[in-house]
Design a protein around this ligand. Structure first.
Ligand SMILES: [Zn+2]
Length: 301
């Protein structure tokens, strides 16, 4: 039977990590995409010492095991190299901490964002590949040291000076090219269905024929190990459950699931959803959401 998972981001923010896992397990999820965004910033002291990290994340891992919940992946701080040196130093430091946390949690991979057109502006492909390769080669030794993989995620669009642009690594060909030129073995690909939908929609506006979700899945093949499943209308990063943007706009889920089957995808069917608007009723919604997503996935058994 296919396993379903979900990002714990909203629940962690509202209730803390342990309670978040308990709610997920009680709502019928098999697995969690553990969010690391709250660590390493503000008042957080945990990321400052190895001992504190070992204690904190071992406790979370033990609770997940008790609940029978798999920690299938983590999401690192959405932090990468930008034109500011200080930010690059921070991105390198926090990525090492994220990869260490991932290994303590027993997860195989951590999604770390590639560099973005949003920060660098529209540049030559060579520049984007070189700059991103610099970031990845700086953090690859940490992935190797901690025995986990860096997850390369598909991007979407960005708004610059009031205009919509393709985010460079939203082009799955470019993401795959970057992935292939990265020397480390500690790497996997992550398909964010909503991001790729937006990339294709902005690509169309610019006369580009970019690979859509299904084609990207085929292109990534066996290297596709992580999913951020979500739906949108092609224009906003809505991170909705499948079909919530309306049948007229929704992704073609039948062909996406067929493409995953076709490449022999055997990982968790992990959803990355924006649940902010459901905050007042979040505890009522979660069991229903768990049921809805289970039903959705079961159709493809
Ligand atoms: Zn994502």
């Amino acid at each position: 039977m296919k396993k379903i998972g979900i990002s714990s981001y909203y629940l962690q923010n509202l209730f803390g990590p342990t309670r978040a896992l308990e709610i997920l397990a009680a709502s019928g999820f098999d697995s969690v995409d553990f969010d690391l965004g709250e660590y390493g910033v503000g008042k957080d002291e945990i990321y400052k010492s190895d001992e504190a990290m070992l204690e904190h994340f071992t406790r979370i891992k033990e609770r997940a095991d008790e609940l029978g919940l798999i920690i299938s992946q983590t999401h690192g701080r959405c932090c990468t190299y930008t034109p500011e040196k200080k930010q690059c130093d921070f991105a390198k430091w926090v990525s090492e901490r994220d990869l260490f946390a991932t290994s303590i949690l027993g997860a195989p991979a951590c999604v770390i964002h590639n560099i973005s057109t949003g920060k660098w502006g529209v540049r030559d492909p060579e520049f984007m590949h070189e700059k991103n390769a610099e970031f990845i080669s700086d953090i690859s030794p940490f992935a190797e040291k901690h025995g986990v993989c860096i997850g390369f995620e598909t991007f979407g669009d960005v708004w610059l000076d009031g205009k919509r642009h393709l985010d460079f690594f939203g082009d799955s060909y470019e993401l795959k090219k970057q992935f292939d030129m990265t020397k480390t073995k500690n790497k996997v690909l992550c398909m964010d269905t909503g991001h790729t939908n937006k990339a294709c929609s902005v690509g169309k506006e610019k006369g580009l024929d970019l690979p859509h979700v299904e084609e990207s899945i085929k292109l990534f093949g066996k290297d596709l190990k992580l999913l951020h499943l979500n739906d949108n209308n092609g224009y906003t990063d809505q991170h909705l459950p499948p079909y919530f943007s309306g049948y007229q706009f929704s992704l073609n889920w039948d062909s996406i699931m067929e493409a995953l089957e076709g490449v022999g995808y055997d990982g968790v069917y992990n959803f990355e959803l924006n649940l902010d608007f459901l905050k007042p009723v979040i505890l009522d919604i979660f069991p229903v959401l768990g049921k809805y997503l289970r039903e959705f996935i079961n159709k493809y058994e």
